[in-house]
Design a binder for this molecule. Sequence first.
Ligand SMILES: Cc1cc2nc3c(=O)[nH]c(=O)nc-3n(C[C@H](O)[C@H](O)[C@H](O)COP(=O)(O)O)c2cc1C
Length: 204
Amino acid sequence: MKISIISGSHRNPSQSEKVARHIEATLNNEHPDNETWLYPLADNPLPLWDQTVWDNTPRWKEYLDPIKEQVKSSDGFVIVSPEWHGQVPAGLKNFFLLMSRFEVGHKPALIVTLSNTDGGAYPVAELRMSSYKNNRICYIPEHVIVRNVETVLNDNAEDNNPDADSYFRERISWALDLLIAYAEALTPMRATAQIYHDKFRSGM
Ligand SMILES: Cc1cc2nc3c(=O)[nH]c(=O)nc-3n(C[C@H](O)[C@H](O)[C@H](O)COP(=O)(O)O)c2cc1C
């Protein structure tokens, strides 16, 4: 299995990338047979979608081909998003405009959101409501909201709230176990079902 982790914050450095790197390390330690790929959206590596994307211009091919190759070869995803003004960052929504059913369709994804206070629910709702329709990414029912993110998952143990830190480490580990089980279960599904239908290219 190959699991790709998308860190959805434009900030550099960001708490999202800290959490994403923890997830990458957890996958590598606990599921060493699997491959991981981490793609941070720090500093906005992708331009905003424009009409020429559909013309597959050399400029867009240069941006997108290497990313699409990584995403297409993935069996599952972890989508890490901060809450910014009650929303998912625009760069993460842009990422979903640029990825299609041919890269992420009918593959499971774990949503992990975060807030430096007690937020984090809005980006879960937004991703579940509006980022899957045409690309058919499959969000699994379990998600993780890392509240008070600055007090957990830090490399320096002294920066962590011990109770919250151990809770989130355990919860993330379990959620990743579930994600991998879904990834294994959906691989034969994609091989047997007609997952691309020319008449029904967009979801309803
Ligand atoms: C533009 C902006 C808007 C924010 N809005 C919210 C918010 O609505 N709710 C919330 O809980 N935290 C909000 N925060 C605080 C974030 O939870 C906190 O900064 C977190 O570290 C952001 O993740 P990042 O470091 O990965 O960007 C906001 C932060 C930024 C930069």
